[in-house]
Design a protein around this ligand. Structure first.
Ligand code: F3S
Length: 388
């Protein structure tokens, strides 16, 4: 691999072993993939930072780096941790508070912005064509597809290495010729009345090439759920959104057209609450966007308290403080609000019979990780199941 004189010096350890080790990781991965050079990045997003996911080995890895007191060379954000940073949630268990604090101290000490969210684009929307090194599959696919930025799906250690060095390997979605839409997917109107994450689960499972999606006037929060579901049930990191993905950040070479019917996605609706079952309603995977907060406020205004189960909403701490009046209304309706975390990367205090969510990604992981029955429903259906 060709390295610039500056990169050579970093690799030789002139700036310390941490930077040398970090660059070595990137170069090794790049060489294994056939990459010929590195590319500068402007934003790293580090996933795999929840103690309940990475445990002691991950904590030790981070603390070893932190002990040398390095600083991230580029703007760096971090994914949710395994604790509720608002300390109000009765659903999320804060049993790993001390361990998570050690992880956070290391990351923030190296220069990460303590956003604790999987929607880092809320804090810094990337520009079309900008090179990034992001972890977190739902954020990666959103950056590539919605903003036209260029990032591969990085694991936590690689994104961390890019944060330290400011580089990633030039390969995959950093190259325009790998951003070619091959399958045109038309989403039929009946699916438009349901959460779009249903379509995302189907596309993830059934389409291998880069899809181009025809989506009519869908709000950002639906697109976020659709893309995250695709990335969870498949390995997608880019979907061209017709009329949304910035021109010049992709090419088209359509080989096949698929019309997605409601009958294709119906099976993902999953479970519905049975009589007497305890229900955990869940909104906020990926983390709740202000658009969803406005809808929740309108839906919840007329109710006083839940009739069965609980509604859990997860969001970044900064959105909670910016929209504090909506958060107060939700709290007055006994909504359980957890900040900077989510049930997939944390531990739940209590077992519920069923989770009802608008998120295809939560549908995918909550069944696998927590062995929970899960159903997909719209925001309105979720609120009505809990409050009526
Ligand atoms: Fe975010 Fe947790 Fe879902 S990290 S994308 S809310 S699984």
């Amino acid at each position: 691999m060709y390295l610039t004189p500056f990169q050579e010096r970093m690799l030789k350890g002139e700036f310390g072993w941490v930077y040398a080790k970090a660059l070595e990781i990137i170069v090794k991965v790049g060489e294994a993939l056939g990459s010929e050079r590195l590319v500068e990045i402007s934003h790293a997003h580090v996933s795999g930072v929840s103690y309940s996911n990475i445990g002691e080995p991950g904590l030790d890895f981070l603390r070893d780096f932190y002990r040398e007191m390095p600083r991230f060379r580029v703007y760096t954000t971090i994914n949710p941790g395994c604790v509720d940073y608002g300390m109000l949630s009765e659903v999320i268990d804060n049993k790993y508070l001390g361990k998570q604090a050690l992880i956070d101290e290391a990351l923030v000490g190296m220069g990460a912005k303590p956003v604790f969210t999987c929607i880092p684009y809320y804090h810094r929307p990337p520009l079309p064509g900008e090179h990034l090194a992001w972890g977190e599959s739902g954020a990666v696919i959103f950056a590539n597809s919605y903003f036209g930025a260029m990032t591969n799906r990085e694991g936590g250690p690689l994104a961390l290495a890019s944060a330290l060095t400011g580089f990633t390997y030039h390969h995959g979605l950093h190259e325009l010729e790998n951003r070619v839409a091959r399958v045109l997917i038309k989403i039929s109107p009946p699916i438009h009345n349901k959460p779009l994450s249903l379509a995302g689960l189907w596309i993830g499972e059934n389409v291998r090439k880069v899809p181009m999606l025809e989506i009519k006037e869908k709000p950002l929060y639906e697109i976020k759920a659709l893309l995250a579901a695709m990335a969870a049930s498949g390995s997608h990191a880019l979907a061209v959104l017709d009329g949304i993905t910035p021109k010049g950040t992709y090419m088209t070479g359509i080989e096949e057209t698929i019309t997605l019917e409601f009958s294709d996605v119906e099976k993902y609706i999953g479970e519905t609450p049975g009589r007497g079952e305890t229900v955990l309603g869940y909104v906020g995977c990926p983390h709740t966007h202000p658009e969803e907060l406005f809808i929740l406020r309108r839906l919840l205004e007329r109710y006083r308290e839940p009739k069965r189960g609980r509604l859990l909403v997860t969001m970044p701490p900064e959105i909670a403080s910016t929209y504090s009046s909506i958060v107060r209304l939700l709290l007055s309706r006994k909504v359980d609000i957890a900040l900077g975390t989510c049930p997939v990367v944390s531990v739940l205090r209590k077992k519920y019979d069923l989770m009802l969510t608008n998120s295809g990604k939560a549908f995918f992981y909550m069944r696998k990780i927590h062995g929970l029955k899960v159903g997909i429903a719209s925001l309105k259906e979720i609120v009505e199941s809990i409050y009526t």
